[in-house]
Design a protein around this ligand. Sequence first.
Ligand SMILES: C[S@@+](CC[C@H](N)C(=O)[O-])C[C@H]1O[C@@H](n2cnc3c(N)ncnc32)[C@H](O)[C@@H]1O
Length: 251
Amino acid sequence: MLSHSQSSYSLEEISSEDLGAVGFERISSANDSLPLYKKTIWLKILLKYRDLLQGHLYDLGCGESPYKDYFLQQAEQYIGVDWQGSPHKTQETLLADLNENLPIGDNVADTVVSLSVLEHLYNPQSMVDEAFRILNSNGHLVMQMPWQWTIHEAPHDYSRYTPFALTRFLENAGFVDIHIEAQAGFFTTMILKWNYFTARFVSKNKIHHKFFKLCLLPFWYFGQKLAPHLDKLDKNWSAETIGFFVTARKP
Ligand SMILES: C[S@@+](CC[C@H](N)C(=O)[O-])C[C@H]1O[C@@H](n2cnc3c(N)ncnc32)[C@H](O)[C@@H]1O
């Protein structure tokens, strides 16, 4: 059930063909340089699951919909759902609180995607149950959530979940074929935390910004090149992951 992903987040390991195919410009322009590393890990795993992204796709907690163009290369229709309490410039089609029942009919979705959202819900089982209700038979849920990440979007940051808790949520809802994949190991997690931490000290002032960025770039770059190789040395690497990707099917 819990598998070790061979994915890495190095930009160079994704072919330019793949990047073109997923509208990489759109994704990279949605974020500054550090979030780009993060988005690249997400992107590579999303590429792996591209066959699950079909038909009427609902993106629960869509935020700024950074993957909309990519999803629409596979799916026919994209419906973003977010709420009024968001700190983002959300691009939702529908405003709804994911802690509650959704104003969406039964069996209308072919795919439900929810990336970096479950940790923000005080009632996570409700979202998983609602995803199950709105999915068609044989439709898939694709989720991602952090395991080791800083508190963010406070005060709406409630939990981090182990694969065992996630499995319970999904089984309770009725999902089958549950697959949970660790996104990266200890070294990648540490490097990403270091990158994000140091990025906070890059001043908004343009000259300082350039200077600090130049000093930090080699660390960011070599860190991200080296970390995936070091990850492989740790046999228990999925326990130290930055987050999990989850897929499950409605029977
Ligand atoms: C970390 S962002 C992720 C956004 C997007 N999925 C992405 O990957 O870029 C979390 C998103 O969940 C949304 N969210 C948090 N709590 C919510 C709630 N109770 N109902 C609906 N959306 C919620 C936030 O507004 C935000 O857009």
